[in-house]
Design a protein around this ligand. Sequence first.
Ligand code: HEM
Length: 343
Amino acid sequence: MTMQFNTETFRDDYSFRNSDWAIRRFPFPFHEDSYMYSVNMEQHRGGPEGSVYEKRFDVDEHYVSEMHDRALVLAEDPLRCQSLPHMTLAGWDLLELIMVSKSEDYPDLFELHRDGNQWRWINKPLGIDDTFTFLDETTLPYGPMEYITRQTQGDFAVLDQREENLWMDAGMVTTQADWSLDFDIGMNFFEWHAPVPRAHEMGIFKRALKFLLNVQQGSPARRLNWTMTVNPRLDTSPENYHKWGVEKTTLTPENIGAKQHLRVELQTFFRLPRSNALVFPIRCYLIAFQDIVTVPKWGRRLHRVVRDLPEDLADYKGFIANRPLMLDYLSQYDDGLPTSPGV
Ligand code: HEM
């Protein structure tokens, strides 16, 4: 195996760290000095070598520890993974998509051997070597969606498409930015987006849904979203708000560089072949402020974005109370120079 996997935690002692490599490839989400919601979608057709966009499902140094954290969340709260009965076929579609993609994109880490419906899946980083019958649930230790998403970084919403809408009828959600699968299960695109400020009035959700309904098999799409998290905690769920909400009050001028993290989601959209469902993987990348500012153009730009973000967005994203502290810290890295468009 060529990749080195970190041994780290996303809770308690928070030993999560990004290597220099992970910092350099971080998907910094701002292409200009200010931010507003938009229909920021593009084709997911790969990207520069080594970037998080290169492969269909990015695997990085955090893989093994993230999967361990997912297992802890599920042991405490099995409702983070749900699949309504009509979504089992979509689960098999997803299992196939991920196994084929990972074995082709990372042949030194994953192997898939197929002989008709008899499949053998080898996941070397997690030490798994399983043989099963494709489309026969009784031959796997979990349902197909749960089985494969316990082995894949990022959350997954699996959407049924009907009545010109998308319905959140299945998912694996343990690394989310303050929303709940158990609350949203069975909702449609407009219903689960109801709490988002401005975007409805701006017509963003209508246009985004139109785009998504037309995503074709073999032509995935992607977009970035972002928010802020104090401490590198993956599981910032409403279910556990009592654990992480209070941590927002622990920031000081001395610790903010290490504790405050920018949280970026690489969201992708794949049409699934048999079920015609749409899968929405949401891959979370965390980076400490003190690591962001090692790239001068990022530090400069982040200061301006945080400073000028409208109040309702800063409130929705949950950092309005800490914004003054963030600005004091980030302003040290803004020399006032103009920035050029692009990341
Ligand atoms: C927020 C799900 C696609 C734009 C959210 C939230 C969920 C969600 C659960 C949190 C809402 C809350 O506060 O409870 C999904 C799913 C999608 C999808 C499952 C795939 C079908 C999109 C697309 C766009 C979009 C295509 C826009 C182009 C947004 C925006 C927010 C949001 C702007 C607010 C994020 C923030 O400010 O941090 N989405 N979404 N979503 N979504 Fe989506």
